[in-house]
Design a binder for this molecule. Structure first.
Ligand SMILES: Nc1ncnc2c1ncn2[C@@H]1O[C@H](COP(=O)(O)OP(=O)(O)O)[C@@H](O)[C@H]1O
Ligand SMILES: O=C(O)[C@@H](O)C(=O)COP(=O)(O)O
Length: 419
């Protein structure tokens, strides 16, 4: 049996997001932490999601890891490759969406990549190639202040042109809504013009379904979880499986670790700290002596009441983040805070904590890598794109929340689902 879809995800929140959308159609999804070192039985598996941490690393590193993942998938007879990046197109003029897409195009022999970040259920829509987040232009949505990948232009044709080798075109909404024939003709015309990437407009789920129905087999798929969910829904599998996803047990301790500075996470932290023990990370201490500070913070968490779960947060408003970045540099600050959270998580796991509710893609990626999770079983969805997931090898549960996903009460909602 061949794999229907092989996903290369540029971070771990994105990976659990897309895995949950594919699993919703009853597909059997295996989510992995990188490429497995040992042989992996894939009988009966419909889709594999390979989670990488390649969104903000140097482009050559992102290319080589993505390429290795692509080869691993193609060696297992998977010929439908999907490059998953953020629904807010998180990247810089150096990449990594453009350079990775270029390399995957060459590797797969495809002439054209579809760029479809649209995720209407979470307010991400595209019109004339402009990306909106809950009705606001991307560059006015808060994403212009992202600590690592500030998005200052909502026009994805321009954004892609700046970081990729080829030229970008558009699949306009009007063309999409004329149906599969019109889309295919349009893609042919783009190819003849030498266009290498086609940004897809989409306003709602029906548009994503239309797009999924219209795409020829020989294009490279890239984007958010919306299009992948639509593709899976065209060929639903086991309805029973999608109806009974697992949730964590109420036994075992939990912690909330918040390393995102997005608008939504700021609101979630504000809300949750009113109800639960909460402590802010002192970034200067983190940068000066992270190892000692991690031990102190882990000890603090252990000493708190069990429920609601205590929270540690680096989450801050834009001006606070800017001030610390001006002093220490954005990349160094980000890496130090991620490392601090990973040290704390490892220490807490060693002391019996079995549920980790984490906010932030980079933050989640490093923590999960350091916890040594080999693979993930996809559980109950807490908010669209954020499922509970369980380590396939151990009773360890994770909720990896994208910075902008979930509503204000997300941290409570995750805990309300315990069995
Ligand atoms: N107070 C802070 N000052 C500077 N950088 C921060 C602060 N808090 C978190 N960060 C860094 O910002 C980045 C947030 O990225 P990420 O975890 O991917 O969140 P998101 O999901 O919102 O993109 C991480 O590298 C994190 O370490
Ligand atoms: O597509 C999305 O929005 C998410 O799946 C995603 O990629 C999350 O990234 P972060 O916001 O950096 O967590």
């Amino acid at each position: 049996m061949t794999l229907s879809l092989g996903v290369i995800a540029d971070d771990f929140t994105g990976a659990t997001d897309i895995a949950s959308f594919i699993a919703r159609a009853g597909w059997r999804v295996v989510q992995l932490n990188g490429i497995p070192r040992q042989p992996l039985p894939l009988d009966g598996v419909d889709a594999v999601v390979i989670s990488l941490k390649t969104r903000s690393c140097p482009a050559p590193e992102a290319i080589s890891q993505s390429l290795a993942a692509c080869r691993w998938l193609r060696d297992r007879d998977c010929h439908r490759i999907y490059f998953k990046y953020c629904s807010t197109f998180d990247s810089t003029p150096q990449g990594n969406i453009g350079p990775v897409t270029d390399r995957l195009l060459a590797e797969t022999g495809s002439a054209l990549a579809i760029l479809c970040p649209a995720l209407p259920v979470n307010g991400r829509t595209l019109v004339n190639g402009y990306l909106f987040v809950n009705g606001q232009l991307l560059n006015e949505s808060g994403m212009q202040n992202h600590p690592l990948t500030p998005m200052t232009d909502a026009n994805l044709l321009r954004v892609m042109d700046a970081q990729a080798a080829g030229n970008t075109g558009l699949i306009p909404l009007a063309t999409l809504r004329r149906g599969a024939g019109a889309v295919r003709e349009h893609l042919e015309a783009l190819r003849r013009q030498g266009i290498r990437y086609a940004v897809a407009d989409a306003l709602d789920d029906a548009d994503l379904t239309l797009l999924a129905q219209s795409l020829p087999d020989d294009v490279l798929l890239t984007g958010g979880s919306g299009l992948a969910g639509a593709l899976a829904a065209l060929a639903p599998r086991d309805a029973e499986r999608s109806a009974t996803p697992a949730v964590p047990p109420s036994t075992g301790r939990a912690v909330v670790l918040s390393g995102s500075c997005s608008r939504m996470t700021n609101m979630q932290v504000e809300q949750y700290r009113r109800q639960a023990p909460a402590r802010a990370i002192d970034v200067t201490r983190c940068l000066e002596n992270g190892a000692l500070y991690a031990r102190e913070l882990a000890q603090w968490v252990v000493e708190q009441p069990h429920r609601p779960a205590p929270m540690l947060f680096a989450t801050q408003a834009v001006d606070v983040v800017r001030a610390v970045q001006a002093r220490y540099g954005a990349a160094a600050t980000g890496a130090a805070i991620e490392g601090l959270f990973a040290d704390i998580a490892l220490s807490l796991f060693g002391q019996g904590f079995s549920k980790f509710i984490i906010a932030g893609g980079e933050t989640s990626s490093l923590i999960t890598q350091r916890l040594g999770v080999g693979g993930f079983a996809i559980g109950q969805t807490i908010a669209p794109g954020v499922p509970w997931v369980r380590d396939i090898g151990r009773p360890l549960w994770l909720a990896l929340k994208s910075g902008n996903f979930g509503d204000k009460d997300f941290f409570n909602q995750a805990q309300e689902l315990y069995q």
